[in-house]
Design a protein around this ligand. Structure first.
Ligand SMILES: [Zn+2]
Length: 217
């Protein structure tokens, strides 16, 4: 028997005598290997989860920078002051504007009254608005009269005056004393001294009461 055969026989005997222990060692090693693999896998999984959580998530609408608000514009200031018309005397209305036909005691007929009649104790007549004397004169129906031309197509006409001192082209300011009430208006001759006041917008008669700021002077 060769030395090799002897060594094989001894190893075979070793295996037979210690088979149980070798099996136990193998099982323990196998279990340990499985545990080691499982732990490693869990660590890798934790790393993956941790990496996902560590990455900051930016949502498109999750920003602190709000879009800039459009600039607020103030209302543009009208460079031209509002045009106002004041009462042309210190008195009261004695007959209203009427586009319908009304009986005229002076003329003994029906006719429209395209103006407002005022009467006042001091008889003073004022410019209702700043303007320029467009015409002035006398005729039997209107008596002495003044026509003022104003901005924006307005005109005011003052009738039944005493002879006025103004002439065509004169500039007047709002509230200027431009004349005196009288009884010169033939078409309203039965009335006492008064002012027959008319207003026109672009040549068409309008009711002055709708335009006047009726403040006492
Ligand atoms: Zn009148």
């Amino acid at each position: 028997m060769s030395k090799f055969s002897v060594a094989v026989k001894r190893f075979g005997g070793f295996l037979k005598r210690n088979a149980f222990y070798l099996l136990v060692i193998f099982l323990i090693a196998s279990v340990a290997t499985v545990i080691a693999l499982a732990v490693t896998y869990n660590q890798n999984s934790d790393d993956v989860v941790g990496n996902v959580q560590d990455v900051p998530v930016v949502k498109p609408d999750d920003t602190d920078d709000d879009p800039p608000s459009p600039p607020v514009q103030d209302d543009p200031v009208d460079p031209t002051p509002k045009q106002t018309f004041i009462c042309p005397c210190n008195g009261d209305v004695i007959e209203d504007f009427s586009s319908l036909l009304v009986w005229s005691e002076s003329m003994k007929d029906f006719r429209s009254h395209k103006g407002v009649d005022f009467a006042s104790e001091d008889l003073k007549v004022f410019a209702a608005c700043e303007g320029t004397v467009k015409s002035t004169g006398y005729n039997r129906l209107d008596g002495y009269y003044i026509v003022l031309e104003h901005a924006n197509g307005y005109e005011t006409k003052y009738m039944s005056l005493s002879e006025p001192a103004l002439k065509v082209g004169d500039k007047v300011s709002q509230g200027d004393n431009i004349g005196t009430m009288a009884t010169t208006q033939g078409s309203e001759s039965v009335k006492n001294a008064h002012l027959h006041f008319e207003m026109y917008k672009d040549g068409a008669p309008i009711d002055p009461i709708a335009m006047l700021v009726l403040d006492e002077k």
